[in-house]
Design a binder for this molecule. Sequence first.
Ligand code: ADE
Ligand code: ZN
Length: 344
Amino acid sequence: MTLAELIRRIPKAELHLHIEGTLEPELMMALARRNHITLPYADINEIRSAYEFSNLQSFLDIYYAGARVLQTERDFYDLTYAYLERAAQDNVRHVEIFFDPQTHTERNVSFRKVIDGICSALHKGEDDLGISSRLIMCFLRHLSAADALATLEEALPFKDRITAVGLDSSEVGHPPSKFAAVFDRARSQGLLTVAHAGEEGPPAYIVEALDLLKVRRIDHGVRCLEDPALLARLVKEQVPLTVCPLSNVKLRVFKTLAQHNLKRLLDAGLCVTVNSDDPAYFGGYVGENYLRCQETLGLDADDIHALARNSFQASFLDDADKARHIRELDALVSEMTNRRSGPA
Ligand code: ADE
Ligand code: ZN
């Protein structure tokens, strides 16, 4: 058994995935054609070569421009189903998908079209690919709290299809505290909460997300190592971090993957998970994130096992489903690692 084989075969959950970030250049071109939209790129190579980013904002500018090709319910269906097919190749069994309604409703694409398209694909993915899912609605933090609140009210008639709310987009200058009242309202309606924090922003934003937004997980959170008291709290409370290593390198949170702190986070006793964030833009789906980290950071079979186990443990599945996935994972790892240590 090689560790690459182990990574490919273990069941895993993906908990940090923006559906708009799975828009591959080929689909972007096809949807532009279908919807009669002119893109500022002549071909797929030009699109790919535009994907050089200096920070989060330089990515977001290109990402929001790309999302303009998404217009109809069918577009959201095609986008989501293409992601699920790709995730199945990495043996992803459960996904918790972010979507950004404001990116679409501000272009007069209705909330209903967005959520209907995504949810029909998620249902087909469950039936045909065996991938279960949850949906997380994110607010764009560069927009106002009033805009987020209006979006929440628009979403409430669909709340049986939404498990949690989250917070994404430009982090620095838009602290979690800006959205405390919106998240209070979301929780009062039975929604769970998560937030991007400590990606580019300071550890204090992670503290605010915990104390003011009452989040169940921190998305990214890699800057927590700068604050020993926060680190101790995250370990004690086992607050999961949804880390996205290839994203962090593409957006220059770390200069190289070798400098990424994933292994240090794991060794500190945190509940760390590995995820792809916006794989069409960052050059790797979740399996590739595991693999590149294994090779570059020297992860061993125990580390990989822990990451996959954490992915189920940190999910919003119920306890029985978590236990079922973890039993299957444990059995596979022990079968594969025993074979490795046994006679040739
Ligand atoms: N939206 C999509 N990807 C994001 C990221 N990595 N950080 C913040 N907002 C995002
Ligand atoms: Zn993200």
